[in-house]
Design a protein around this ligand. Structure first.
Ligand code: TMP
Length: 193
């Protein structure tokens, strides 16, 4: 089963994936961008430099996703795949940044993944105050420097997409204590295994 962990930066996706991986057998942990060798190179270009044109940026994320789908997701479909981000991030960040229509982005993502989308998704949702305080405690990469208004719009788009595409999902308040979030997510995954 392929589960995507979604949410804006600092929502706690990687923390939750790390906590969950030991609770299940036969787990594959991966991420976008950067789950493959090509992806690590694309990730460095995107997050360290900034200044890439928005359409070029969207296509680099799609290249990462195509490689990730074929090298990591498809060969491991029978295992429990916990992926830090997916095409949901791909559409949401690009839609808000570049104002590209969602249906165009959906088509591009169908091409990149050859139609392999997550079986289920987790959305870790943050309120703006918590986001501001968490961002204040870290150095920001090129995307995080776009600000909290941008990130809240991305989060709204993620939630709308999960509904629109009828993806089996759970929305969890990411400002809760880490342990409580892990318990909720453990239950969500167990119910689907
Ligand atoms: P992260 O690995 O720390 O979550 O960073 C990835 C960054 O890239 C994050 O700011 C979200 C952004 N992103 C996009 O803009 N488009 C995408 O398709 C993906 C997967 C991530």
């Amino acid at each position: 089963m392929y589960i995507a962990f979604e949410g804006i930066d600092t929502a706690g996706k990687s923390t939750q994936i790390e906590r969950l991986r030991s609770r299940f057998d036969d787990v594959v942990v991966t991420r976008e961008p950067g789950g493959t060798e090509l992806g690590r190179r694309i990730r460095a270009i995107l997050l360290d430099s900034g200044g890439v044109h928005p359409r070029a940026e969207a296509l680099l994320f799609l290249a990462d996703r195509a490689e990730h789908t074929e090298r990591i997701i498809r060969p491991n479909r029978r295992r429990l795949i916990l992926s830090d981000r997916s095409f949901i991030s791909g559409i949401a960040y690009a839609h808000v940044h570049e104002k590209l229509p969602v249906d165009t982005l959906l088509q591009l993502n169908r091409f990149a993944t050859d139609g392999l989308f997550p079986d289920a998704a987790v959305l870790l949702k943050l309120d703006e105050k918590t986001l501001q305080s968490r961002l204040g405690q870290k150095s920001r990469d090129a995307i995080e420097r776009r600000g909290t208004g941008y990130m809240m719009a991305v989060q709204r788009t993620m939630e709308e997409l999960l509904d629109l595409l009828a993806i089996d999902h759970i929305v969890v308040d990411a400002a809760q204590p880490v342990e409580a979030v892990t318990e909720t997510l453990t239950q969500f995954i167990k119910e689907r295994q």
